[in-house]
Design a protein around this ligand. Structure first.
Ligand code: ZN
Ligand code: ZN
Length: 166
């Protein structure tokens, strides 16, 4: 099955195609610009930065880590119109579960009211939240998702540095 080239989420339906890359939506496609830069970031820098985030305090509650990427999944519908997304949060586990519970509640209430995607995607998004809330990351090392985000953040920083210098 296809995976988003920006965030790594599995694309079940639709998505956006740019050249030979696939993305879940416009936001991810916008990150396509970053991808060239992303490939230039040395692996050692990525691992060092991911470890620093992972062992640091939670950016939201300032509580103790491990901090990792926690995805939350949302869907909402308005009759012929259904939108769904996954949002990666870099948070401690407690804050991650809160974000997932929030999106689960929104999806369970607002997801159903579209045909056919609302009916199809609501159980998927609700299930993804429940799965993510139940399954803990390995607390001893950064997940692949965190490594991916760390690489993106470093690439963003290096793009910004390039602009301010040039
Ligand atoms: Zn994506
Ligand atoms: Zn927290």
């Amino acid at each position: 099955m296809a995976k988003c080239d920006a965030c790594g989420t599995t694309i079940l339906f639709g998505g956006k195609r740019m050249g030979d890359q696939r993305y879940c939506n416009d936001t991810c496609a916008g990150q396509g610009v970053l991808l060239n830069r992303v490939r230039q970031i040395p692996d050692g820098d990525v691992v060092a930065f991911a470890n620093q985030v992972h062992s640091g305090n939670c950016p939201k509650c300032s509580g103790q880590g491990p901090v990792d990427v926690r995805d939350s999944y949302q869907v909402w519908s308005a009759i012929l119109f259904t939108r769904w997304k996954s949002t990666p949060h870099i948070l401690c586990r407690r804050c991650g579960v809160k974000a997932q519970a929030g999106d689960l509640a929104i999806s369970a209430v607002a997801g159903w009211w579209g045909f056919p995607w609302g009916l199809l995607m609501t159980p998927v998004q609700v299930g993804r939240n429940i799965w993510s809330m139940a399954v803990a990351h390995n607390p001893n090392q950064p997940s692949d998702a965190l490594l991916r985000q760390a690489r993106l953040i470093l690439a963003q920083r290096s793009l910004q540095d390039g602009r301010s210098q040039g």
